[in-house]
Ligand binder design. Sequence first.
Ligand SMILES: [Fe+2]
Length: 241
Amino acid sequence: MATNGDFIRRDRRGHPPAYTPQYKTSVLRSPRCALLSLEQSVGERSGPVFGHGRIDPLDNDLILNYARGGEPIGERIVVHGRVLDETGRPVPSALIEIWQANAGGRYRHARDAYLAPLDPNFGGCGRCVAGEDGGYFFRTVKPGPYPWRNHGSDWRPAHIHLSVFGHAFAQRLVTQLYFEGDPLIPLDPIVGTLPDASAVDRLTAKLDMGAMVPFDSLAYRFDVVLRGRRQTFFENRPEGT
Ligand SMILES: [Fe+2]
């Protein structure tokens, strides 16, 4: 039975179905049997918790954290936002890890054979811990689109991969952010697995001129929403009312 400390059961209607043949690798990855719901135990409601002490000061600066005597080529951008739960509360100390292709669309990964060159000054990985207000911030270059083998050659829109740890395993989220105005977004078979336009919109970072750095970087805003806990009640009144 659910208690006030439990996380709200995931509403899967906003998520893509596991089996989506237009995204070819989902055919073999997707489960063949119906999902089972398990009661939440302390293992899902607590930990792991990451401290600021594990984070290096340059970890959220992809322009400098792999630099080898120069800076990476590409469109310099800031990506920032807040990590919130689905009740709108900030999730302080959430760990946000990102990985991305370079400006030419090439990952620094042994299995990426795309003909675009590696950038000697760009690693493509970063991480940071959200502040008390759930805020986070990365400095990077905008990733390029790249082709991939799906049904023939499809093209991925520019995107950044994110992994987020909140306050419990039940809040774990792995997703991708896209960039407002990219004409490849509606053509992408992976974006096409999302159930509706509002889900695509929630994965699209918005140009944020208020946060741009003059004569340096454009900025994009992307808020991350994790599962929330059930409302805490006090004397039969919802908290805060
Ligand atoms: Fe990717």
